[in-house]
Design a protein around this ligand. Sequence first.
Ligand SMILES: [Zn+2]
Ligand SMILES: [Zn+2]
Length: 427
Amino acid sequence: MKAIRWHPPSYDIRVERIAVPEIQQPDDAIVKVTLAALCGSDLHIYRGHGGVDKIHTCGHEFIGEIVSLGSSYGSHAEGRPKLYSNLKVGDKVVSPFTVNCGECHVCRLGYTARCPEGALFGTPVLEGGQAQYVRVPKAGGTLFNLSNPSTWSTTLSNEEKERALTGLADTSLLMLADILPTGVFAALQAINHPKVQPTITGRPWPLCLSSGTGTTGNEVPFTTDDRTLTLAIIGLGPVGICASVSLLDALATRRLPFRIVAIDPIESRREKMKAVYAAIGESGKGSGQFIVHSIEDAKLIVKDWTGGIGCTAVLEVVGNTSALTLAYDLVQAFGVITSVGVHGEPPLPFTGRQAYNKNVSFDFGRCPARAMFPMAFDLLVKRQDVFGGVGRPESLIDKLVDFDSAAESYRAFEKGEVGKVIFDPWK
Ligand SMILES: [Zn+2]
Ligand SMILES: [Zn+2]
């Protein structure tokens, strides 16, 4: 089969013919890949920053069809995750970017990104999805069966899910592998954080955490400004855009007052964000302000909005120290920074004393995409105005290409010359 392979030490992408993967463990499935995406986090290894030196197949975002199942699958799989008993050859599936067992303590709690048996596709430990076929370990705990939507629950009924699925293009469904759940995760963590609750509930800390109506007896009423969420999103790549759309949707649904500044130093990304915002239907925008700025302008606008106090919460969707420094500078005392970017080796750009002095909360780390899938699916269905197309100014996906364009696509994507690229392994 054809596969896109990374060669050490860096910037070396080749399309090679390798053996089609086979079932190795009883819980494995083999998926014939219909589409695979290129992602910002593929660039860490591409640039040689991933701490890896082994040739491997790239990619962790793919959608496809089951062609082979291990011996664990079938009617004898009672008591295990449902897919072990009802996944069939021919089913259309999308995979989260990491494998998880779905059965351990960590998975049961929904923290599927950190399953002790987990692994990330497109690394030396697990061959990636930028290939014609991919082996999915623990597939019954990992995959989503798009042919059988009764195997996951959302706010939509089974009929609604089925109707929605017939209208969704594979290029759109592929966003469920990583970028959309990760964006939803960043937004969800920010607006559900305990420290954001005084602004949301209109009750001071810590009364905002209790459902009662008790008061301290000595409160000064909140102003309109006190009730307005001031939020910043740093990094407007595909995940940053998904986070923005998700945040706007959540704020609109809950009818919360807000002002958001979305920040990126690269003009083409800011233009994409503006085009996406313009395309979002009224129901997904809410009544707050949403503006897109460069870094310096963003600092000034937050200062202006808050009188120098800072943002209620900052979503950091880049994964480097300069983005984190900006997040720290923008956030208010008792503020929240949620960071979903993949951070490399450099130490965090602030000291314990700085963290103490701002009472700042940090939420770091990988999205549990398996657990976030249902929420992401609902948003995908709702926001086809921005998640539905390819190659339009407001599309998150810029191009659908064949494997022959792999090396050039990696090069152009790394240089910021092109946005999200999808590969068709069979073209
Ligand atoms: Zn990704
Ligand atoms: Zn697990």
